[in-house]
Design a protein around this ligand. Structure first.
Ligand code: JFZ
Length: 476
């Protein structure tokens, strides 16, 4: 070998050493960490990404109490009332004898969701109390034992699917009813019991996916206890089993833990699951906070609780507030999922019906700004939130704040020109556009009082040339 060859060869070996070393320093060897880096790009996940708006439904035995017992109001979340020391456990555990949602009309539920503009629904098939809304053959604590007797999940799936709405099944791992469930595994007996519990969970999940084959995904909850976190290998194999059983199945990051018990993000900081499932009653402040992952935000109308609550405690969000949350989520590449807690007779409270109607009325006009749109890559601007169509030709300004001047100052990316601006309600009429220094555009709207958030549609042209002064603009 010539000296030169030896030198090049040594350099090559050295560089491999350096690369491996960096790699070894940065990553912890995991068998049950994330199995994918970056987003899932198959058709089902693209469909999920385009939903924009979803509905969550919490329905179960807790709906009977509505957060109250003996004339007193429980201060916690109404679906957690069983853990309230003022409510005897046997009272809660006998509630199934009264469960009878005779007015449950799946077609009405689905029609309400359709009118609201919902593209997917997640329903609690089984919350922490362990009570099943479907006739599971693996449990003695199901809807068939109640005066209602019939399955609710099957008819619900059918009705929603008929309206073109995808169904996801919420399933709690935490189970107050099962004798085999543990919050930790400390003894041999615990592991024997929990081993039985794991078989039970696998059986029930298999049953759900088999009995309701159009299910698009599973929404797991109650996975935070040590018992589950110590079972990284099992949960990993269970997830792979479920995905094989049901191709395309979507499971968020709240399902499993890695080898070291880390949840959502593994010990190397990589997302475990098809989307980030941790945005609960909160929304990321900016795009950086989403780490470029798929995500959705689940939100309640009120401040505490997901199940039906007789007395509303705290602030009830207005439709405009909810629309603002929806558009903020979509503008940051997430979906917004609004929770409903029906009453025990199977009907929705009036406030929820009314809000669903108002959101639907807004969506009817403005949904082009919501469905199948994505993050514009623009910074947050004073007037509100922006989204852009998949092909990047239409951008949408969802306006919440109007300057008294009536001139909306828009800052696009340097290579984007605005050809035309118009209200989404009338794209035949163009709104005046002026270019100003540093690449801003001023779009003029009539100076009047606007009572609801509205959308301006922009035709975007990708240009190669930067506008004068734009490259100097480093901040807004
Ligand atoms: C869980 C449940 O305990 C609750 O009853 C409801 O079903 C909700 C949707 O999910 O509650 C949580 C779970 C996670 C967080 C907060 C509440 N979290 O990560 O902030």
């Amino acid at each position: 070998m010539s000296k030169k060859t030896i030198a090049v060869f040594s350099l090559f070996i050295a560089s491999i050493f350096v690369i491996n070393n960096i790699h070894a320093q940065d990553t912890i060897a995991l068998q049950h960490g994330a199995h994918r880096i970056g987003r899932r790009e198959d058709t089902m996940m693209q469909r999920w990404r385009g939903y924009g708006l979803g509905q969550f439904i919490h329905f179960g035995l807790y709906s009977i109490l509505g957060g109250e017992y003996n004339g007193e109001t429980y201060n916690g979340a109404s679906e957690w009332i069983r853990s309230w020391n003022k409510l005897p456990k046997n009272v809660y555990d006998s509630l199934y004898k009264q469960f009878n949602p005779t007015k449950f009309n799946p077609d009405e539920w689905a029609a309400m969701a359709k009118q609201m503009g919902v593209k997917y629904v997640t329903i609690t098939t089984r919350h922490h109390d362990g009570f099943c809304l479907w006739p599971s053959k693996y449990s003695d604590y199901t809807i068939v034992k109640t005066p209602y007797k019939k399955d609710m999940i099957g008819p619900l799936v059918k009705a929603y699917n008929k309206q073109g709405i995808d169904v996801y099944l919420y399933y709690s791992i935490l189970d107050w009813h099962s004798k085999d469930w543990r919050d930790d595994i400390k003894t041999e007996d615990d592991s024997i019991a929990f081993a039985r519990f794991k078989v039970f969970v696998k059986n029930q999940l298999t049953e759900l996916l088999t009995d309701y084959p159009t299910t698009k995904g599973l929404w797991f909850d109650g996975t935070w206890d040590k018992s589950w976190k110590k079972n990284g290998a099992f949960t990993d194999s269970l997830e792979q089993y479920l995905k094989q059983l049901h191709p395309g199945l979507i499971i968020g990051s709240r399902f499993r833990a890695d080898d070291l018990g880390k949840r959502h993000f593994d010990s190397n900081g990589r997302l475990m699951g098809d989307y980030e499932q941790g945005w609960e009653r909160k929304i990321p402040e900016n795009f950086a906070a989403t780490h470029d992952n798929d995500w959705d935000c689940v939100m309640t109308f009120g401040e505490n609780g997901w199940g039906y609550q007789k007395k509303w405690l705290g602030h009830w969000k207005t439709t405009d507030e909810l629309i603002e949350m929806l558009t903020k989520c979509v503008s940051l590449d997430g979906n917004f999922v609004l929770n409903f807690g029906p009453k025990s007779d199977g009907t929705f409270r009036n406030e929820e019906v009314e809000a669903a109607k108002q959101i639907g009325d807004w969506m009817k006009i403005n949904s082009a700004a919501i469905y199948n749109t994505r993050y514009t890559g623009w910074e947050k601007q004073d007037w509100g939130y922006s989204t852009i169509s998949k092909a990047g030709k239409q951008a949408y300004l969802i306006i919440f704040n109007i300057p008294v001047s009536g001139k909306i100052r828009v800052h696009t990316k340097p290579n984007q020109d605005i050809n035309k601006a118009s209200f989404i309600t009338d794209t035949n009429i163009s709104l005046p556009i002026e270019s100003v220094d540093y690449g801003y555009k001023l779009i003029s709207v009539p100076q009047q009082v606007y009572k609801t958030p509205f959308v301006i549609e922009l035709n975007i042209e990708q240009s190669k040339q930067k506008m004068k002064g734009q490259e100097e603009n480093k901040h807004v």
